[in-house]
Design a protein around this ligand. Structure first.
Ligand code: SAH
Length: 217
C-alpha cells in the first residue's frame, strides 16, 4: 500500500473532528466519507481547503456543502444499499458520490450544465457508474424514474416541491432545507402508509433552489 497523502490525512481528520466528534457514529456513512476523495470535487486552487469544516465555492455562484451537513443529510435517509435515490442539485457531485457508495443507484439533477459536465468527469474518473445525471429544473423531480426510496434536495426553497412528495416511495424519506433565502430548517419528511411526518433536524444555510416549485430565477 502506498503511504497516505496529505489529502488522506486531512480526510481522516475530517472524519474524527467534524463527524465523530459531533456524534455521527454510523459506520457505513463514516466509511463512505472516508472513501470518497472530496478534494477531486473542488477546483484545483481550492483543493488544500477541501477537508475544512465549511462549504466551498465550486463556480457559477454555487457551493459544495460542509462535510458535516452532507453526513447529516445522508444519515437521515437510513440507506441500507438497495435504494434508488433522487438528488436535486448535483453541484460538485460530491454528495451524489457519497450517496452512490451507500445505495443502489443515484439519480441527480442540476440546472447548470457546466457543473453537470464537471461532476460527470469526476464520477467517470472514480468509476462511480451507479450515478446518472440530468440537466433540468429538479423541482419537478424525475417523473419517468419515480418513485424514489429517498430524495435529497441540496438547495434551499420556500417549501417542499409537491412533485417531489408525489415521487417519494411509501415508505420513503426526503431531506430538504426549507425556509427563507438566508437561513432554512433542514427538514426530514417520512412517508409511511400514506402519511407524511415532518421533523426539523438543524438550522442550515444553503444556496437557492431555483425553479417552478422553488425561488423564481
Ligand atoms: N450537492 C451539491 C451541493 C450543490 S449547491 C454538492 O455536493 O456539491 C446546490 C446546487 O443546486 C447548485 O449547484 C444549484 O445550481 C443547484 N440547483 C438550484 N436549483 C436547482 C433546481 N431547480 N434543479 C436542479 N438543481 C438546482
Amino acid at each position: 500500500m502506498s503511504p497516505p497523502t496529505t489529502f488522506d490525512i486531512n480526510r481522516e481528520r475530517m472524519i474524527e473532528e467534524q463527524l465523530v466528534a459531533r456524534g455521527i457514529t454510523d459506520q457505513r456513512v463514516l466509511d463512505a466519507m472516508r472513501t470518497v476523495p472530496r478534494h477531486l470535487f473542488v477546483e484545483d486552487a481550492m483543493q488544500a481547503h477541501a477537508y475544512g469544516d465549511f462549504p466551498l465555492p465550486i463556480g457559477s455562484g454555487q457551493t459544495i456543502s460542509q462535510p458535516y451537513i452532507v453526513a447529516l443529510m445522508t444519515l437521515a435517509l437510513h440507506l441500507t444499499g438497495s435504494e434508488r435515490i433522487l438528488e436535486i442539485g448535483t453541484g460538485s457531485g460530491y454528495h451524489a458520490a457519497i450517496l452512490s457508495r451507500l445505495c443502489q443507484k443515484v439519480y441527480t439533477v442540476e440546472r447548470i450544465d457546466g457543473l453537470v459536465s464537471r461532476a460527470r468527469k469526476v464520477f467517470d474518473k472514480l468509476r462511480y457508474y451507479n450515478i446518472v445525471s440530468r440537466i433540468d429544473d429538479g423541482t419537478v423531480g424525475w417523473p419517468s424514474e419515480a418513485p424514489f426510496d429517498g430524495i435529497v434536495v441540496t438547495a434551499g426553497g420556500p417549501r417542499i416541491p409537491e412533485p417531489l412528495l408525489d415521487q417519494l416511495a411509501d415508505p420513503g424519506r426526503l431531506v430538504m432545507p426549507v425556509g427563507g433565502q438566508l437561513v432554512q430548517d433542514l427538514q426530514l419528511v417520512e412517508k409511511r402508509d400514506g402519511t407524511l411526518t415532518l421533523t426539523t433536524l438543524e438550522q442550515v444555510r444553503f444556496v437557492d433552489l431555483i425553479g417552478a416549485h422553488g425561488w423564481p430565477n
